[in-house]
Design a binder for this molecule. Sequence first.
Ligand code: AMP
Length: 221
Amino acid sequence: MTDNLNIILLGAPGSGKGTQSKYLCETYNLAHISTGNLFRLNMKNNTELGKLAKTYIDKGDLVPDDVTINMVREQLAMLENGMGTLFDGFPRNTAQADALTPLLDDMSRSLNGTIHFKVDDEVIVGRLSGRLVCKECEVPFHTTFNPFQTCPANKCSNGEYLYQREDDQPETVRARLRVYHKQTEPLIEYYSNKDLLTEIDGTGGLDVIQSRLVGAVDNLK
Ligand code: AMP
């Protein structure tokens, strides 16, 4: 039974959440709710939300909670029946985590668990400096660890839409890591206290990380 699994992926920027999301969503029939991707889509389309988000994202700061929570509420309202959810990059602080519970309650859903990708800062900096993202489908690749081979979303033939995210520049990466340690890391204890935390080693090859993740998700069913 894989219907209606509701899972949070927690981890620093570059810890591998986005890379593993596509596989998890396909395998467990989950809707991918990535707040970072949603903000970038709005920035690309130059919407009011996108213009506002950009002022925070460019500095490595968090977009205000009310804006972010409203965006997630709208995404949840569009969910197909029987589909679970994979939250990637949300919640990012305890206020957002507090807001998520009633949002799920209202839909008669509950959180199955939170999976924390454990990765040291030095590894993160190396990963983000070589990360390239597809402008069309937001799938992340890496110049060394995960070079472009084929487009999983069939949007391009030879990676012509790959670009480096502006917020992957070294100075912004340092700011994002500071924000992560200060605001997001407390969620590890928050979900651990609720008995909703699983930790996995987020280092190693993509296949190895994927099988750790599948083991963790299977335990949540
Ligand atoms: P990500 O793609 O998850 O690394 O997110 C990129 C940027 O979008 C972050 O550095 C934040 O500025 C913003 N962002 C993404 N998710 C959130 C969130 N849940 N709350 C506030 N800001 C967010």
